[in-house]
Design a protein around this ligand. Structure first.
Ligand code: DGP
Length: 115
């Protein structure tokens, strides 16, 4: 289901242009408008799931499909030496777009870590 007021639903629907790198039945992936690394792709479920906190047994297939897509995109982008996957959830987690998404970042040796 989509949310007509959601930026990422509009990107998935093609009403807002994006630089698409991958799409299947469950997942849409496109380059971040403000890249933090040479490769910075947003991997987004086609279902409007607001955040990680809203994942449940009924929609978790979308999360699994996102991670299947991440493995494919990483290979296609040449991230054979590794990469980082980040999800920001909620106000304290720094989430700015209220549609679940995974940042796939790589293409350089990443340094900043909090874990
Ligand atoms: P977060 O802060 O985790 O909610 O990440 C949201 C990301 O979405 C942020 O890195 C910038 C990106 N973003 C916001 N608006 C657009 C847009 O219109 N197009 C694209 N490609 N990325 C966007």
């Amino acid at each position: 289901m989509r949310d007509d007021n959601c930026l990422f639903c509009k990107i998935i629907g093609g009403e807002i242009p994006s630089s698409k790198v991958y799409e299947d039945e469950y997942v849409f992936a496109f380059r971040d408008i403000n890249p933090q690394a040479p490769v910075h792709v947003l991997v987004v479920p086609k279902e409007h799931i607001p955040c990680a906190d809203a994942v449940d047994a009924a929609n978790s297939v979308y999360v699994a499909k996102c991670f299947e897509a991440i493995a494919k995109i990483a290979k296609a982008e040449g991230l054979d030496k590794g990469y980082r996957v980040i999800n920001n959830c909620g106000e304290y987690g720094g989430q700015s777009v209220q549609h679940l998404h995974f940042h796939l970042v790589g293409g350089v040796k990443l340094s900043e870590k909090i874990l």
